[in-house]
Every structure is written in structure tokens, then in C-alpha cells.
Design a protein around this ligand. Structure first.
Ligand code: NAD
Ligand code: UDP
Length: 314
């Protein structure tokens, strides 16, 4: 197989991360097949790609089998924002688990390399800080976040069983909170919520007291990490953490967004959602050593183009 011109399937390709990945892989000269059921996206993120001779869009739900010929699969399909994955929790688990089975089956038939977009949520509300890949996590199997957390954990299990049982070339990335342009204004995750609220001059809603933390990675850094993992030597299966280790409290993020948008919004406090993790920070020692990867875009730098993007939507 040559380094250029691979046939690459991206499930969830119209979503936030998927659409950035489509753009980047097309720029690198690959053929991209974007598969999406538009559960948490619209065609808008990929409309500009529709005329590209190497881009194809297919409306399809990954809980159903798919028969196509490809060299690589990025399995990104799954609602990622808590309000959206909790809207239809049974469908969320099906998307993670049946979706993984269907895409692994496709990889087995075609011999394609397959990368799973897993998540820091597999660590749950972590008792180890920062989180490294050998930590098994602290996850409720019966809570409101479990459809997502346990769905993603089961998907990882399936990936490793296909690897052990069928020798499939797998790659598992554990993605930590990532933000950037092309998130939907009603996505519901914290960065887009705060920016949209600040630009509209409406109240900034901090859930809980704002002392909980997250570590925010800019989308371009993340996409680079995903591609490096996909292209890494076959023996490197992961799981491998991809995220920015700079940790911020949610209050710090709110203040930053208010200042950067010169907003007159006031900060208000709302109840903390059930099972909301207290702290989250990736240990990226493995990504640095195995992929030569680390994020280069810090929060202030990444918030600028993200704010500009939302400003242009108004
Ligand atoms: P997103 O909601 O913007 O994108 C998900 C895409 O998957 C959407 O286009 C949606 O319509 C599609 N989709 C959902 N269910 C589907 C189904 N059954 N069949 C086909 N398509 C379906 O979210 P995102 O932030 O781009 O996340 C992409 C992937 O990365 C997800 O798997 C998510 O779990 C993972 N991830 C993202 C983050 C992050 O911070 N952005 C962090 C950890 C993991
Ligand atoms: N959050 C908040 N206000 C919002 C949206 C989210 O305070 O309008 C908080 C949320 O409770 C959590 C953190 O921000 O503690 C990150 O939430 P997000 O939904 O972005 O991602 P996740 O909880 O999955 O990391």
C-alpha cells in the first residue's frame, strides 16, 4: 500500500472531530468516505467537501452492517456531549457496541486498519490523577453517563478481542476534552456553551461550584495525534491517551471566555449533573514516547479561532 491515496472510512465524519479529520485526510491526498446518520450533526460541516473528487458522503447508521472496500477506518460515530448521549441512552450504547462490532467486522473482511475514538470517560470519576492508560477507572455501570462510558469501555473490549482472536490491526485512542470550530452551537459541551452564552450576552451557566476541572485540547492537535496513531507501527495498538495536560477549573474557563469576548454576561450557578467527574487530566507520557506527539496549542490560543468561528455564525 502506498503512503498516499488510501481509501479511508470515517464514521461520524460529519461531526465535530470527524469533519476536521475529513478535511485533513483529503488535503493529504486520500479518498475519504464519510458515513454519518446526522444524529448530532448536519451536512453543514462537510458541505464544502461535497464537490471534492475524492470525497463521498453516505447517510448510514453504524448500528447496521456496512459493506464497502476501504484500507483504513476511523470509528468516530457516537454522540459525545452528555446532553445528547443521554437523550436516547439505549441508542448510545447500541452505537458504541453494535457500531464497533459492525466496523470490526468490516475491518476483518477488508483487512483494513481500524482506529477507535475512545474517551477519557473510560476512567469515570478518576481516583488516580493524572490518568495514565494503565488505570482501570472508576465508572458507575448504572448511572446516567453509563450508556456512554460503559458503551465505550465495551467497544475497547471488542477491539482488543478482535485483535487477540483475529489478529486485526487495531488502534485505540482515549480522547480527552477537545474543542474548536465546527462544534454545533447547541452541542451542549462546556466550551461551546460558554462561548455561545458570552457572545449572546446571556448568563454563563456553571454547573456545580465550578471547582471541577477538565484539560482542554485544541482540535488540530488532536487530529494530528489520531493520524500519527493510525500511521504508527502495527504493534502499537494503544490504548493511548490523546489530550492536552493543561488543567483548568470550569470557573477559570468561564472567566477566560468572558474576558476574551469582552462579554457583559454574568456567571450563574446551576446544579451539578449526576456523576459529573471531579477532575480530569491526561498523562501523555505514552503518546510522547510512542508517537512523538504532544499538543502545541494552549487554551488561550485555541479559544481565539473558536470564538471567531461562533461569532461568524451569529
Ligand atoms: P459529535 O457529536 O460532533 O460527532 C459524532 C458524529 O457521529 C455525529 O456526526 C453524529 O451524527 C454521528 N453519529 C452518532 N451516532 C451515529 C450512528 N449510530 N451512526 C452513524 N453516525 C452516528 O462528537 P465529536 O466530538 O466529534 O466526537 C467524535 C468521536 O470522538 C465520538 O466517538 C466521541 O465519543 C469521541 N470523543 C470526543 C471527545 C471530544 O472532546 N470531542 C472526547 C472523547 C471522545
Ligand atoms: N459544564 C458547565 N456548564 C455548561 C456545560 C458544562 O459547567 O454549560 C461543566 C460540566 O458539568 C462538566 C464540565 O463543564 O463538569 C465539562 O462538561 P462537558 O459536557 O463539556 O464534558 P464532560 O463532562 O463530558 O467532560
Amino acid at each position: 500500500m502506498s503512503d498516499r491515496g488510501k481509501r479511508i472510512l470515517i464514521t461520524g465524519g460529519a461531526g465535530f472531530l470527524g469533519s476536521h479529520l475529513c478535511e485533513r485526510l483529503l488535503r493529504e491526498g486520500h479518498e475519504v468516505l464519510c458515513v454519518d446518520n446526522f444524529y448530532t450533526s448536519t451536512r453543514r460541516n462537510i458541505t464544502h467537501l461535497l464537490e471534492h473528487p475524492c470525497f463521498e458522503l453516505m447517510r448510514h447508521d453504524v448500528t447496521l452492517p456496512l459493506h464497502v472496500e476501504v484500507d483504513q477506518i476511523y470509528n468516530m460515530a457516537c454522540p459525545a456531549s452528555p446532553i445528547h448521549y443521554q437523550r436516547d441512552p439505549v441508542q448510545t450504547t447500541k452505537t458504541s457496541v453494535h457500531g464497533a462490532i459492525n466496523m470490526l467486522g468490516l475491518a476483518k473482511r477488508t483487512g483494513a486498519r481500524i482506529l477507535q475514538a475512545s474517551t477519557s470517560e473510560v476512567y469515570g470519576d478518576p481516583q488516580v490523577h493524572p490518568q495514565s492508560e494503565n488505570y482501570w477507572g472508576n465508572v458507575s455501570p448504572i448511572g446516567v453517563r453509563s450508556c456512554y462510558d460503559e458503551g465505550k469501555r465495551c467497544a475497547e473490549t471488542l477491539f482488543f478481542d478482535y485483535w487477540r482472536q483475529h489478529n486485526l490491526p487495531i488502534k485505540v485512542a482515549r480522547i480527552f476534552n477537545t474543542y474548536g470550530p465546527k462544534m454545533l452551537p447547541d452541542d451542549g459541551r462546556v466550551v461551546s456553551n460558554f462561548i455561545v452564552q458570552a457572545l449572546a450576552g446571556s448568563d454563563i451557566t456553571i454547573y456545580g461550584d465550578g471547582s471541577q476541572s477538565r484539560s482542554f485540547c485544541y482540535v488540530d492537535d488532536l487530529v494530528e495525534g489520531l493520524i500519527r496513531l493510525m500511521e504508527s507501527e502495527e504493534a502499537l495498538t494503544g490504548p493511548i491517551n490523546l489530550g492536552n495536560p493543561s488543567e483548568y477549573s470550569i470557573s477559570e474557563l468561564a472567566t477566560k471566555v468572558v474576558n476574551m469576548t469582552n462579554s457583559r454576561s454574568k456567571i450563574v450557578y446551576a446544579p451539578l449533573p449526576q456523576d459529573d467527574p471531579t477532575r480530569r487530566q491526561p498523562d501523555i507520557t505514552r503518546a510522547k514516547a510512542e508517537l512523538g506527539w504532544e499538543p502545541g496549542i494552549e487554551l488561550d490560543e485555541g479559544l481565539k479561532p473558536t470564538i471567531d468561528y461562533f461569532q461568524a455564525q451569529v
